[in-house]
Ligand binder design. Sequence first.
Ligand code: F3S
Length: 413
Amino acid sequence: MYLTDAEKRILDGESGEPQRLALRVLAKLGEACGAERMVEIVSAHLVASSYQIAGEAGIDIYSQLVQQGAKVKVRTTSDPGSIVFARWQEFRTPADYAARQVKIAELLDQMGVIPTWTCTPYTTFNVPRFGDHLGWSESSAVVFVNSVIGARTNRLAAYVDLCAALTGRVPCFGLHLPENRRGQVVFELASDLATDFADHYFPALGYLVGQIVGDQVPVIMGLRHATFDQLKAFGAASAASGSVALYHMVGITPEARTLEEACGGKPPGERIPVGKRELANVMEQMGAFTDGPVDVVGIGCPHASIDQMRRYASLLDGKRVHPNTQLWVCTNVVVEEMARKMGYVETIERAGAKLMVGTCHNDCPLGAWNFRRLVTDSGKFAYYTPTTVGTQCVFASTEACIQAAITGKAERS
Ligand code: F3S
C-alpha cells in the first residue's frame, strides 16, 4: 500500500504514539482490503462512545490514549451513549453503570470529541457535503450520509473509527471508490404502491431490501417523493436487516437522477418487483399484531428530527399515556433544545411521555423494567429490540404507536 511521506513520518512516531498506532491499524486494514492508498477525511463519527459497546476495554484504551495525549485530528462526533445523561435514574439505570458511561464521556471530551451522543450527527454538528470522504461508524448514519448526501464512507468498526479520527485518514477502498457505488439490485415498486406509499412503508421497504441484498447496493425505482425522515427510516432498516451502507432511489437521491446513473452506466442487475403483498409479509415478520398489553412504545429511532418532534407533539396534544405503558421518544440534545423552545417537549411530557435524550431503548440497560411487549415504528428497533431489550415486538405506524401508548394496547393501523 502506498503511503505518503507524511504518513510514513506518522508511522515513525513523529506525531506521537496514538497516531502511530492508529495509522498502523488503518494500514493493516487497507492491506487486507486491497486499498492502494489512504484518503484524507473531513470528519469521523464514533460508535464505541457507548459503554454498552466499549465496555471496560474501551475505558482502558481511551485512558491510555488520553495519557499519551491523543487528540482527534478532524471533526469527530459521538454516537448515543448508554444512559440518559441528565436523568439516568428515571430510566432505572444502575448507578455504577452510569458512572462507567460518564467516565467514557470524560475521556472522549479530553480527546476533543464533540459530545453529540446521537446516531443522527448530521442533524447537529457533523454535516458532510456531497463527495466528502469520511470515517464513520453507526450503520444508520453511514447509510444516510452515503445515500442521501452523497458523501463517502465505509461502515467502520468500533475503534477503527477512532483510528480514522486520530489520523484524519482511512484506507481508500469500498465505498470511497466510484466503481463500488454502482447499484447492483433493482427494486421496482408496483404502480398502485407508488401512488399510495404510506409513511411506515419506508422502514418496511428498507427492512425487505436489506434482507434481500445483504451488503450489496440496492436501487429503488417508482417512488416519486421521500422526506428526510422517510429516507432516514428506510436506510436504518436496510442497514439493520442487511448491511446496506449505500442505496439509490431513482429521482430522489443525488447519485441516482436516472436508473442509468444509479447503476454507473452498466446494465441493471437483478430486478425484483415489490407490491403491497410483499410489504405486508415483511411487516408481519417485523412484528405482527397480537393481543395483549403494551409495556413500552419506542419512537425516534434513528433519533427524531425537529419535524418528528412536532408531529409527536401534535399527536399527543391533550392526550394521556396509559398508566401501565411507557412512551419513550429518542432524540439528541440539539433537537431536544430546539423542540423545548418550540413548546413540543412540554406537550410531549405533559402527555406522560419521556424523552430518551442521547441514547435509546437499544443502547440502555433496561433489565429493571421487565418489559415484555414493545411497539415501534422503527425497522431498526424491530430488528434489534427482541434481542437487546428481550421483548416481543409489534411494528406499527407512528400514529398507531402513539395510539398504543394511550390505550395500552396495540391496534392494527
Ligand atoms: Fe439510533 Fe438507537 Fe436507533 S442508536 S438508530 S435510536 S437503535
